[in-house]
Design a protein around this ligand. Structure first.
Ligand SMILES: [Zn+2]
Length: 104
């Protein structure tokens, strides 16, 4: 039996390797906009963060997204992403649980 490969990604804030679906993807669109990409399907350069508010705070403090996306990310963008994350957090957690639960 072949072991099933789980795609792992690193949180740019706390550097933890985690399954892709456990992480929030932040994408820089070709237009240069930074967005939270819940479905992970948007075109652009992506960076991953744990689905945790603490990691958004950590990322802001350490400017992790600046490094991961190779562009300057203003503090207000970090705040905006954090707000956006908080507003989608429940949907994110719900969708994550759905994937885990095969009996649904
Ligand atoms: Zn993290």
């Amino acid at each position: 039996m072949k072991p099933r490969k789980i795609p792992l990604r690193k949180c740019v804030a706390c550097q933890q390797m985690m399954a892709k679906k456990e992480l929030i993807r932040v994408v820089r669109t070709p237009e240069g906009e930074l967005l939270i990409d819940l479905k992970g399907k948007r075109a652009g350069r992506g960076a991953y963060l744990c689905g945790k508010v603490e990691c958004f705070k950590l990322a802001k403090k350490a400017k992790s997204l600046d490094r991961a996306l190779k562009q300057t990310v203003g503090e207000e963008i970090y705040d905006e992403l954090q707000r956006e994350f908080i507003s989608v957090q429940d949907a994110f957690i719900a969708s994550r649980d759905e994937i885990d639960d095969d009996e649904a």
